[in-house]
Ligand binder design. Structure first.
Ligand SMILES: [Zn+2]
Ligand SMILES: [Zn+2]
Length: 184
């Protein structure tokens, strides 16, 4: 009712490479609350390991974007992939996620967000919260937001999961204003 100024555009949530549909179905309402968009969970998409960099065992960001755009070619919304495989991009050994504003596509990797990755006991609540924060971050980029210096803001750049743990699952007031303006 309050949201008539925001364009109603669908965001498709794509479970990828080991991330379950149920996990994405839990993320969807949390993301809807933050972006005022309808989120639809799509059929899972699996990238074969031959599409990963053989020596690094990681997926290259642009390859992932291209596969997602090929699998979901329509232009009426925005794509957000959540994948279990490890991700990297040029000049970065790894990334938690990223987006292309012009191609309207974003992806988050849970690989390094799992507590087990840092030799901590498995913790589904922690994995979920970290993934939610990095999804909010990646979608922020998809809507044109840059990194924020506020360490509590979801748009703060995480150098490690400790930074992710220190962030909130929301934008700070100034990033929130920007994302709302971008959604008009
Ligand atoms: Zn970022
Ligand atoms: Zn901010």
């Amino acid at each position: 009712m309050e949201n008539r100024n925001l364009t109603v555009e669908k965001i498709s949530l794509v479970p990828m490479n080991g991330v379950g549909t149920d996990f994405c179905e839990r993320l969807a309402p949390c993301l809807e609350e933050r972006f005022f968009h309808k989120f639809a969970v799509e059929k899972p998409l699996t990238l074969s390991l031959t599409q990963a960099n053989a020596t690094r065992g990681q997926f290259f960001l642009n390859t992932v974007f291209n596969r997602m755009l090929a699998a979901f070619p329509r232009q009426d919304g925005l794509l957000l992939g959540v994948m279990a495989g490890d991700l990297y991009k040029a000049a970065h050994n790894y990334i938690f996620g990223d987006a292309s504003e012009s191609d309207r596509v974003a992806v988050v990797s849970t690989f390094r967000l799992r507590p087990e990755h840092n030799n901590e006991p498995p913790d589904d609540g922690s994995l979920f919260n970290r993934t939610l924060k990095e999804c909010v971050h990646a979608l922020g980029h998809a809507f044109g937001l840059k990194h924020c210096y506020n360490t509590r803001c979801a748009m703060y750049f995480s150098h490690s999961v400790h930074d992710t743990d220190g962030k909130l699952t929301y934008f700070c007031d100034s990033c929130d204003k920007r994302v709302r303006a971008a959604n008009r």
